[in-house]
Write a protein that binds this ligand. Sequence first.
Ligand code: NAD
Length: 324
Amino acid sequence: MRTPVHRRAVVTGGAGFLGSYLCERLLERGAEVICMDNFLTGSPDNVAHLMGRPAFRLVECDLTEFVHVSGDVDLVLHFASAASPVDYLRHPIETLKVGSLGTLHALGLAKEKGARFVLASTSEVYGDPLEHPQREEYWGNVNPVGPRSVYDEAKRFAESLTTAYRNSRGVDTAIVRIFNTYGPRMRPHDGRAIPTFIRQALAGEPITVAGDGGQTRSVCYVTDTVEGILALAGSDFTGPVNIGNPAELSMLELAKTIRDLTGSSSPIKFVERPADDPAVRRPDTSLAAERLGWRPTVDVIDGLRRTIGWFTEKLREPEPLARR
Ligand code: NAD
């Protein structure tokens, strides 16, 4: 492993959920950070607490257009992309464009600056997996014309483009396949299971579980995911590498756990399962442990308690956050 000292980093999608934590951690480590975002699904609110710092700069720009950064850059973390199903189904073309053209531009920036480049890929490249748990060698089972393909295929293309830039342009690239991550700063209405369940439980509304709730997910607390990403950034490993928490839960178990932790008496309401919704999802994280020395450390109950605490505070605030 290389010593992770980056002096000047660009974080695309830096005003989003994961991006804002990455900006924060990089600043704590003494880096200068340029956060680039078009606020499609993120918000300046997520980085408002960083705005006064001389080492932080927020640039409003669309990665699908030409991007330029003056001066040296030694790390590009490419995180721009809608990530929740509600968001990418609302913005299908934007999602395909940022995964393709946006990745092209972010790679071009890394090439021009001689910077290390990390692509935020996803467990969704495994689609509805026929192998369980998912190892990095697995090629996936994705429907290229299904509704989710706008996200899954954009990320698969982005992985291919990243690999081509490494092999034929000599860019120092890495690919991280992130599994479902949760924590404070998620939007209550972003449609992902954890914010939805917490919001519904806190409001005493029915908790909407898709299908019979038997489908599984493995959820990772945000600080663990961010440490894994930065461990990859600071290494010379190319990946792809899974970053996620192997603790697997059914959606029904997750809904009941959140109900218990909030002390809510919300009923569970079963709703229609979305098309191509994966039946199972669990990372094999042995490669991350071996190559990056990384393991998740936050237990799911503890992570959910912290997240519920944050949502409880935020949902008391006046609009517009409560609606976002
Ligand atoms: P998010 O929606 O909170 O953040 C994405 C950010 O990208 C937003 O701030 C958005 O405004 C910005 N963006 C989108 N299109 C852009 C464009 N064309 N130009 C500039 N900025 C643009 O989502 P997130 O959960 O923080 O996810 C961040 C990245 O991590 C995404 O690439 C996502 O695919 C990946 N990822 C996240 C998870 C997860 O569980 N959160 C899992 C797997 C992969």
